[in-house]
Design a protein around this ligand. Structure first.
Ligand code: DGL
Length: 257
């Protein structure tokens, strides 16, 4: 039996749209409800308890909208709240963001890996555990992406200001010889052009975990028998805790390549 209820995807703002794009590509028959908080963005330097409360409110809303599975497409909310969310919404499969430290550590040749993420994600347990597990004998350099989220939220990712901002953050990593830089915040893939320009001439690969998250969603749909009918025309909805103007911006940004 097919299950045509939507998949919910949530982030503090527009960043989770990078995950939304991958899920849409990987699962074209699935309807999606995207919830970009917008009102409380950025989460990155808010206290953990506050991020937990906001994530709870968001997942509650997606559950009330009838979602069959929820993706917390926000590393910061995942680090702060994934365990609490999974125990509160025990009947709802919830997929969180994994910092892509593992694939970066498995493929680095220079044995220097950089990680860009928000301050809150970098001081979380999830990140520390993953780095300790896969980062042995590898130098893992972490840098908070200060100002990155604001560039994306203000549609300024393709500006010289963006290249200068991301360039300042990655300079130290590149100087140490990092050949893998993990994008540990879902907003950051929007800055890939700026990152590539800032790293021009360096042999470095930026690692985005969102395709792996989309594969995990597909696995869980199969495991719980939740796939939509094959060939079905999906419906895409956009929700926010901010105003209608922000909701429309989310929708527009979702379709921007
Ligand atoms: N996009 C989010 C993340 O993956 C949060 C960014 C923010 O609100 O600071 O961490």
């Amino acid at each position: 039996m097919a299950d045509n209820r939507p998949i919910g995807i949530y982030d503090s703002g527009m960043g989770g749209l990078t995950v939304w794009r991958e899920v849409r590509r990987a699962l074209p028959a699935e309807s999606l409800v995207y919830l970009g908080d917008g009102k409380n963005c950025p989460y990155g330097s808010r206290p953990r308890a506050e991020v937990g409360r906001l994530a709870d409110e968001a997942v509650g809303r997606l559950s009330a909208l009838g979602c069959k599975l929820v993706v917390v497409a926000c590393n910061t909310a995942t680090a702060a709240a994934i365990d609490a969310l999974r125990s509160k919404y025990a009947d709802l499969p919830i997929v969180g963001m994994e910092p892509a430290v593992k694939p970066a550590c498995l493929t680095t040749r220079s044995r220097v890996v950089g990680v860009l993420a928000t301050e809150r994600s970098l001081d979380g347990d999830l990140f520390r555990r993953t780095a300790a597990r896969y980062g042995r004998d590898i130098e893992v350099l972490t840098v908070p992406g200060r100002g990155f989220v604001e560039l994306v939220e203000n549609d300024r990712e393709h500006t010289p200001e963006a290249v200068a901002c991301v360039g300042a953050a990655i300079r130290g990593m590149l100087e140490r010889g990092a050949d893998r830089i993990v994008l540990g915040c879902t907003h950051y893939p929007f800055l890939l052009d700026a990152l590539r320009k800032a790293a021009a001439g360096c042999d470095v690969t930026f690692v985005d975990p969102s395709p792996a998250v989309a594969r995990r969603v597909a696995e869980l749909l199969d495991r719980f028998g939740l796939r939509a009918e094959a060939g079905r025309v999906p419906h895409y909805a956009f929700e926010t805790f901010a105003d209608e103007a922000y909701r429309l911006r989310l929708e527009r940004k979702a379709w921007q390549e």
